[in-house]
Ligand binder design. Structure first.
Ligand code: PMV
Length: 323
């Protein structure tokens, strides 16, 4: 007999970022973060537990996965098997709607989909909070892809206390994330490695010191749908995080000339009256945050910039669910 389930999970974009952990193994963050789910960047994963298998089999985007990558998934499945008290091996098949190498096939959507598919296949009926905790242990920001729409991931000293919840549904406010995907020649340092370097930046203490106030302000701006306030905070926050990255030892420089070119264009558009703001994760792609009414125009404008390979318009999406 086999036990099988398929889950859909979105990637998410954070406006208050997770950068730095207080507990490496449990992936407990130093600070709370705020994000929304992306409608057009997602993963679909099927997990099938089968008593006839002698080992887990993992396929990502059609390719059999081995080595370190597979190890991380097997260890993660072991945690879920432990909860369900079984030892059955599984076949995992995961598909991203994005080609690898664009910096878009994210571990957040990957581990969110895997946590729901694997736990459901084993008959564990976890509530959203428990599922978010399980996803967090796979990859920190994955916990934010579990709840619907606009999400906060709470910082806490214990594993049970640090989960993500939905502040507002995907229908709360028509904001878009228009992602500009740029050329990237070098493979960037993974976020797992990056988190470990935060303490080496002289600016990290200062970043954490200002967090509480910033969180309160952005949650108020989202609640009251004040777009300019929201945009100013999220843009300053992205620059703040990248300052810590750039001043770590060794320095993490994720920006490329294309990244900076887009940043400067955004400033120019804003001066001309188009309300747009940017945020950037651990890579060179630029997430352009705007109101729904301006999304198509911004998509067109971004396509004219040299070095922009692809543009993807995202609405706010619901969270991880079975399909
Ligand atoms: O979840 P991780 O370990 O991939 O870290 C995510 C780090 C950032 O994308 C840079 C910030 C965030 O909050 O998503």
């Amino acid at each position: 007999m086999t036990q099988k389930a398929t889950a859909w999970a979105p990637a998410n974009i954070a406006f208050i970022k997770f950068w730095g952990k207080r507990d490496e193994k449990l992936r407990l963050p130093m600070n709370s973060s705020v994000s929304f789910n992306l409608s057009n960047v997602f993963t679909v994963t099927t997990v099938e537990f089968d008593k006839n298998l002698v080992d887990d089999e993992v396929k990502l985007d059609g390719k059999i996965v081995d080595g370190k990558e597979k190890d991380r998934i097997t260890k993660y499945l072991d945690k879920i098997r432990n909860i369900a008290r079984v030892s059955t091996r599984a076949k995992v098949e995961s598909k991203n709607n994005f080609p690898v190498g664009t910096g878009m096939a994210s571990s957040a959507s990957g581990f969110a989909a895997l946590s729901l598919a694997a736990s459901s296949a084993l008959g564990l009926r976890l509530n959203k909070r428990k599922l978010s905790i399980l996803a967090r242990i796979g990859s920190g920001s994955a916990c934010r892809s579990i709840p619907d729409g606009w999400v906060e991931w709470k910082e806490a000293g214990t594993s049970e206390g640090s989960y993500a919840y939905s502040m507002y549904s995907q229908r709360h406010w028509g904001v878009c994330d228009v992602v500009a995907i740029v050329e990237s020649t070098k493979k960037s340092v993974s976020s797992t490695e990056g988190h470990a370097l935060v303490e080496s930046s002289p600016f990290y203490k200062c970043r954490i010191g200002g967090m509480r106030k910033k969180l309160k302000m952005i949650k108020k701006a989202i609640g009251e749908k004040k777009f300019s306030k929201f945009g100013e905070i999220l843009e300053a926050e992205a620059i703040n995080m990248h300052t810590v990255m750039m001043t770590s030892e060794p320095a993490l420089i994720y920006w490329t000339p294309e990244t900076l070119r887009i940043i400067l264009k955004i400033k120019e558009w804003r001066e001309r009256g188009l309300e747009v703001y940017f945020t950037i994760d651990a890579g060179p792609n630029v997430h352009v945050i705007c109101l729904e009414k301006d999304a198509r125009k911004i998509e067109r404008l971004l396509r004219t910039i040299e070095g922009v390979k692809m543009v993807v318009v995202n609405q706010v999406a619901r969270g991880t669910h079975l399909v």
